[in-house]
Design a protein around this ligand. Structure first.
Ligand SMILES: Nc1ncnc2c1ncn2[C@@H]1O[C@H](COP(=O)(O)OP(=O)(O)OP(=O)(O)O)[C@@H](O)[C@H]1O
Ligand SMILES: [Mg+2]
Length: 213
């Protein structure tokens, strides 16, 4: 899909600093007058927020195939109602997770069939691909330790076993291809933000050329 916008996705394992980074990037882009649209996955529309509650509540056990379709129902609604219209209007969209999370958690983490997940994922995104994927890498243990130190309650995915998290971390480290940039998630927040900011400016210098960023 061709569009004049800029679709930036922040990815990485639990507790790697994604949401902190998205918030900082959002504030920077606000100050620069670029008015970004922020979305978090799963969520961002009434239906997707409903799916989020079902997916993250440790009270609910969900079959792995049901889980993938709940994620993808949320994504399809978010793409259709929020992300695609924003990109068509030329906006910057900052997403906290997108299709790569499904590939990693459902194929590598849960062991679901690659072809099934890939084609269902493509149906949910309608073929929309991020322009830039920032992967925040952290070694095993770091993300979960941060979350346990923080105030937030652990969700259903945080409570998965160590081997699951290890697979997820290794799969993120191995991700490559066009538009993918790996960032060192062990950096302090300010340094991580600086490396992300450089990646955005390098990817779309035209957006930032006339601005004091
Ligand atoms: N660069 C950083 N260095 C150290 N601690 C950080 C960094 N970024 C965030 N934190 C802290 O680590 C915890 C997790 O951060 P954050 O919620 O941003 O991660 P996340 O990747 O969005 O997690 P989740 O996968 O649960 O959504 C928070 O307590 C946050 O304050
Ligand atoms: Mg987060």
């Amino acid at each position: 899909m061709n569009h004049p916008g800029f679709f930036v996705v922040v990815e990485g394992p639990e507790g790697s600093g994604k949401s902190t980074l998205v918030a900082e990037l959002g504030t920077w882009l606000d100050v620069a007058g670029l008015d970004p649209v922020r979305v978090r996955e799963p969520g961002g529309t009434p239906v997707a927020e409903g799916a989020r509650r079902l997916l993250l509540d440790p009270e609910f056990e969900v079959a792995p195939v049901a889980e993938v379709f709940l994620y993808l129902a949320a994504r399809a609604d978010l793409v259709d109602r929020v992300i695609r219209p924003a990109l068509v209007a030329g906006r910057i969209v900052l997403a906290d997770r997108f299709d790569l999370s499904t590939e990693i958690y459902q194929i590598v983490g849960r062991g679901l069939d690659r072809d099934m997940v890939t084609s269902a994922n493509r149906a949910a995104t309608g073929g929309l691909r991020p322009d830039l994927v920032l992967v925040t890498d952290v070694p095993p243990g770091v993300g979960l330790a941060r979350q346990q130190r923080g105030e937030q309650a652990l969700d259903r995915l945080d409570l998965e076993d160590r081997a699951f998290h290890q697979r997820v971390i290794e799969a993120y480290l191995a991700v490559g291809g066009p538009g993918v940039r790996h960032l060192d998630g062990t950096l302090p927040p300010e340094a991580l933000f600086e490396s992300a900011r450089e990646a955005l400016v390098a990817e779309r210098p035209d957006l930032f050329a006339a601005r004091d960023v």
